[in-house]
Each structure stands twice: as C-alpha cells, then as structure tokens.
Ligand binder design. Structure first.
Ligand code: FAD
Length: 639
C-alpha cells in the first residue's frame, strides 16, 4: 500500500477564500497551529472575483446609516427567513472587520474627505459597499494573503520556521472528513481529513481536532452560472457525510445580470455596480420595465417614475431609489418574465444600458473590469452600446446549519463559514453582504474552532486507520471500475447541470422538480460507474469524477427542499405556489444524509426573533411577513 503524507494541526481550514483566510488568521492569532487548504492555486478563490464591494454600515457617505438599518435591510432582503442572530452580528461587526482589513494593508476607494467610500447596491438603504473600483475581492484576497505572509514572517523571526504556525497547502482537494467512532470516549467528533494533490495525484492526510469548512458554493451544478470550476459543493457534501445538517438549500440566487452572449461566456457576471452607478434595464421596446415589477412589500421604498428614480442618484434623501435596485430575486424574475413575453434582446436577455447614462471616461474609471470584459469577450464597447444580460446561477443561500456565535455545526469540531454556511442571508442575499459575511464569520469560526480545541484539554481525537483505507479506495474507484461501459464524468456532469438548470432553475413547478429527482436517481447510478483514463498525475477527468459525488448530493438537497417548500420567497419561486406565505416563514427545511445519495428532510421551527430586534421594525411592515400569532410580542402588539 501507498505511503500517505501525514500532518498534524490544531485547526485545519478547508478553503482559502475570504472566509478561510480570515478563519486561519484568527486561529493562528489564538495560538493554534493552523493549515489552510485550497483546491485551486492560492489566490484563485472565488472571493477574488467579487466586484462590487463589501457591505458595512460605516455611515461614511450617508451618516444616517448604522447597524440597525443594515440589519433591517438584510432581513428584508432575506424575506425575514434569515437567522436573525447572524444578521445582527454581521451588521454590528462588519464595520470593524473592514477597518481591520485596512490595518492589514488594504486600501479602499476614498471619499473626498478621505474616508472609505461606499457605493449603492440593491436592497441597501444607503451607500454602504466599501469598494476598490470593481475589483474589491482582489484587494481583499491580496490583503488577507499578505497578512498570512506577515504572520509567517513573525513566526520565522521567533522560531526559524516560516510554517511553524500557519501552513498553506494549495491545489489540494479534500475528499473525506474523519470522525472518532461513536463508541469511543469523545465519540463522533472531528479527527481529521483526507485528500489528494491535483498535480501529483498523491494522497495526504491531516489529523486535527477542529476543521473549518470555507469551501464556498455550489453553482457548478447549474449549466448557466457565474461560478468557476471549484464550486462543486464539496463543503456542503463533506458536512452532510460527516453527519452535519444543511438548511435553506431551496434558496439559490440567480443574479439578474450575467452575460448571455457569446455562448462560450454565457453566465459570466456583470456586476450590480453597473446599476448601482446608474445603469438601467430596458426591453426590446426600449421600455424601462422594472417599474412594472415592484412588489407590494417594497412599493413604498421605490420610485414610481423614471424622473424620481433618476433624481435619487444625486439626492437620495428626498427621492426614492429606482426599481433597478430592487433585491436580486425580484430583478431576476422580472427579466425572466420580459424574455418569456417576447420582449427580450436578440440573444435571449434584456438590455443593460450605462452608455447613455455616464460619460465614457466615468464608465472606464468606475467600471474598468466590465469595460474590458465586454470588449474582450463580446466585442461590445459599453461606453457606446448597451450590454445584453440575463439571469445566472450565482450564490447559494443554503448551507451548513451552524451556531450563529461560534459557527460550529451539529458535529463537534466541525465549523463552517462564508458561502458554505447557511442561515445568514435567509431566502435571498443582498449584494455586498457576502464579502462582509466572510470576514465577520471567518473570524468567528477561527475563534470558535480555537476555543473548541482548548475545551478538549489536550485530548487528540484519533483517526481510525480503516477510515483512511476506505477514503483511499473510494478516491481510486474511478480507476478500478475501468472495465467496459463506464460513464464519462464530463457527460454525466453535463446531464446533471442541464437537469438542475431546466427543472430546478429560477422558476419551479412540482412536476418538474419531481422529474428532476427521478433524473438525479439515474444520474446517481451512472455516477457510480464513472470511469477515467490515464494516471493520477493532473487528471481533470478523475478530479471531476470525485467532484460529481458532491454535486449530486447537493443537487438532491436543492431539489428535495424545492419540492417541499410550497410558496415563493426570495431565491425560491414556485409557479404553482406564486405567493409568499407567512406560515412558511418560520419553517426551516433541514437536510441530512443517509448513506451515499439518500437525503432526509425535516421541517424545523425557526428560533423567534429577540423582541428588541423585532421592535426595530414597524408593525405594519412585519405584518407582511409574519402571522398574527407571531407578532403578539411586538411593542405595538399584534393588533
Ligand atoms: P471562496 O472564495 O470561493 O473560496 C472557496 C475556497 O475553498 C477556495 O480556496 C477553494 O479552492 C476551496 N475549496 C473548495 N472545495 C475544496 C475542497 N474539496 N478541498 C480543498 N479546498 C476546497 N459578494 C459580495 O459581497 N460582493 C460582491 O461584489 C460579489 N461579487 C461577486 C462576483 C462574482 C463573479 C461571484 C462569482 C461572486 C461574487 N460575490 C460577491 C459572492 C462572493 O464573492 C462569494 O460568495 C464569496 O467570495 C465566497 O467566499 P468563500 O470564502 O466562502 O469561498
């Protein structure tokens, strides 16, 4: 048998995006020996692609902003299904976390008087997104990586070893998580994890009492997505298999504006900053159609005429915002409806026009990446012509069910932060609230993991040797079943992506989701006989064969939850149940895994919101979301 490389750490962080890096920095700050593992090259995480900015109620551009307003906006955006404690912590702590990034060396764009500038985004009452042009994620990753390096320098000065306390393993994919046996002392706890190096195909094992999942999202289960190849739901699936639970998996965010043309780039994101900076949506008849799609719950906050909407950009205190800046779920559905009604653009999207709204110089200054993206990929000059855009699968609100304060899942020693965690965003995430989520809960998960390790008092949960052997066998399965008639992983992946795109996409119906569940069973059978050719050295077919297992399990969760929730809310729209129903607001759909591809769903009551937080809302607003019974405790009484 093969000799397996082996390491011991206190805390292993799987994922090197914003959440993972911030978690690792915290664990190291707490004196823990920490590993950071990433599937792609260090620095290539999804966070690097974030364009618009990081939401934090610093009040730099509009002094009326504060954590309470941010909290309210976040709850509204999520249609009150959010874990309110997470939304509270997030709104309160985001400003400090942004400041802290500047102490690590980040430099955000400035206001005229030298403060961190903040921009408008959908669903945010005030300009709130700290940004660096439209390359905010790049600055964030650069800074967090720099902080890791500076900590390594400190460690070197002290110990002579750069990697004494924090070590990075990149192009290393984790495929299994190990726990102690249920019958042992400290049973059912995290003991370590197992994976392979992409470049060599060699296996590696990490023994650690605490693991932080920071693996990001699931978008690659969909055909049209803004997500990159890494987003195969690994963390979601690893958590499920380890015995943790997922919540909110029916809620996927379809970003309203992805590129629709040419086909090779379909789905690539067009940042919401285009609309935040004045861009407007028009159909093939030239109509600014969003005015027709303002739902009742938002009517008071949005402009009724184009003139009022336009005035808002220069005088936000005396005008209401344009409906192009409604939360993403609303805009995506509106675009979908326009295209279906035959008023789409030539390539099946709608038009996003910034050219007639800002000068070419201003566009190039504020949206440099978008300018280059369209010029290079579509040969469109956005300073002269409108863009063609349409919805693209962008973000998963669902994820690992965690304790809001410590980020620990149901499994002792297993933590989750960032996109892989569920709850914070409820049924729909506001733009900019992910980058802030990463640093707020990245830090908290690093802290939670460190405290957990301390609580073990030096006990080291042991990895079972049989588990390691099994992990190895499972990883090699696509080679060993290379008899005849095995399935090609790329073909199976495409089938899965089409199934999810067509049957569990932006608009859902019971019969279609049932079809999807059947198709997923077939795909599961095929996935078991996926075979790959060649060896273990950088073999993308093999990597995909292993990812498929995760994509499938996560897709089953999405489809099962989408069938169960008989209402439309946020990122879950049911054609057969088109309205939002208060009786569903307080229910979470909790998923666990029984074996390889059997998913179990139960309904769970949400913890009621703390009265002082509930009192931040007017009763009239709450009535749109809550049942009368639930509002008994509001300061104004349920009436
Ligand atoms: P990521 O940054 O994706 O990192 C995941 C990490 O996990 C990677 O290092 C990956 O290699 C690793 N990983 C995954 N699986 C494994 C495995 N099995 N083994 C080892 N490592 C693994 N949000 C905002 O708030 N503002 C924005 O302006 C914004 N713009 C966006 C633009 C685009 C194009 C996209 C796609 C998203 C945008 N978002 C934005 C969303 C936001 O960027 C993501 O939600 C966020 O970056 C996720 O961060 P994360 O740390 O959770 O995961």
């Amino acid at each position: 048998t093969e000799e397996i490389e082996r390491y011991e750490f206190d805390v292993v962080v799987i994922g090197a995006g914003g959440a993972g890096l911030r978690a690792a920095i915290e664990a190291r700050a707490q004196g823990k020996r920490t590993a950071i593992i990433s599937k792609s090259l260090f620095g290539k995480a999804h966070t690097v692609m974030a364009e618009g900015g990081c939401a934090a109620a610093m009040g730099n551009v509009n002094p009326n902003d504060n954590w309470q307003v941010h909290f309210r906006d976040t709850m509204r955006g999520g249609k009150f299904l959010n874990n309110w404690r997470m939304a509270e912590l997030h709104a309160k702590e985001a400003p400090d976390r942004v400041w802290e990034l500047e102490t690590y060396g980040a430099l955000f764009d400035r206001t005229k008087d030298g403060k961190i500038s903040q921009r408008n985004f959908g669903g945010h009452s005030y300009p709130r997104l700290a940004h660096v042009g439209d390359r905010t994620g790049l600055e964030m990753i650069r800074t967090l990586q720099q902080k890791v390096v500076s900590l390594q320098q400190e460690d070197y000065a002290e110990t002579g070893d750069y990697e004494a306390n924090i070590r990075v393993f990149h192009e290393c994919t984790i495929t299994e998580i190990f726990k102690t046996g249920d019958d042992e002392n400290h049973g059912g706890r995290i003991a370590g994890c197992f994976g392979y190096y992409r470049a060599t195909g060699k296996f590696v094992r990490f023994d650690a009492p605490a693991i932080v999942l920071a693996t990001g999202g699931v978008g690659k289960s969909y055909q049209v997505t803004s997500n990159s190849w890494e987003y195969t739901g690994d963390g979601h699936a690893l958590a499920l298999r380890a015995g943790a639970t997922l919540i909110n998996m029916e809620f996927l965010q379809f970003h309203p504006t992805g590129m629709v043309w040419p086909p090779s780039v379909k789905g690539i994101l067009v940042t919401e900053s285009v609309r935040g900076d004045g861009g407007v949506l028009r159909n093939s008849e030239g109509e600014r159609f969003m005015f027709k799609y303002v739902p009742d719950v938002f009517r008071e906050q949005y402009a009724e005429t184009e003139e009022e909407g336009d005035r808002w950009y220069t005088d936000a205190d005396n005008n209401r915002r344009p409906p192009e800046l409604l939360p993403r779920d609303e805009v995506a559905r509106a675009i979908n409806s326009e295209v279906k009604a035959g008023r789409g653009s030539p390539h099946g999207g709608v038009f996003l026009d910034i050219a007639s709204r800002l000068s070419p110089e201003e566009i190039q200054k504020r949206l440099p990446s978008m300018y280059h993206q369209f010029k290079e990929l579509a040969d469109v000059d956005i300073t002269k012509e409108p863009m063609e855009v349409g919805p693209t699968c962008h973000y998963v609100m669902g994820g690992v069910e965690v304790d809001p304060d410590t980020a620990m899942s149901k499994v002792p020693g297993l933590f989750a932060a960032g996109e892989v965690a569920g709850g914070m965003h409820g049924s729909n995430r506001l733009g900019g609230n992910s980058l802030s989520d990463l640093i707020v809960f990245g830090r908290r998960s690093g802290l939670g993991a460190s405290e957990y390790v301390d609580s073990l008092g030096g006990v080291r949960p042991a990895v079972r040797i049989d588990d390691v052997a099994q992990a190895q066998d499972r990883a090699l399965l696509p080679f060993s079943s290379a008899t005849e008639g095995g399935e090609n992983p790329f073909v199976v992946q495409l089938e899965l992506q089409k199934t999810m795109n067509d049957l569990v996409g932006i608009i859902r119906k019971a019969d279609e989701v049932e079809l999807a569940l059947k198709a997923l069973q077939d795909i599961a059978t095929k996935a078991k006989t996926v075979t790959v050719e060649g060896g273990r050295v950088f073999n993308p077919g093999w990597h995909l064969a292993l990812d498929l297992r995760n994509m499938l399990l996560v897709s089953l969760c999405v489809a099962k939850a989408a069938l169960e929730r008989q209402e439309s809310r946020g990122g879950h729209t049911r054609d057969d149940f088109p309205v939002m129903d208060s009786d569903w607001r307080h229910l979470l759909l909790v998923l666990s895994a029984n074996g390889e591809d059997d998913v179990h769903l139960v309904r769970q009551e949400q913890v009621p919101m703390r009265p002082d937080l509930l009192d931040l809302f007017e009763l009239d607003e709450l009535k749109k979301y809550y049942t009368g019974e639930e509002l008994g405790g509001h300061r104004a009484g349920a009436g």
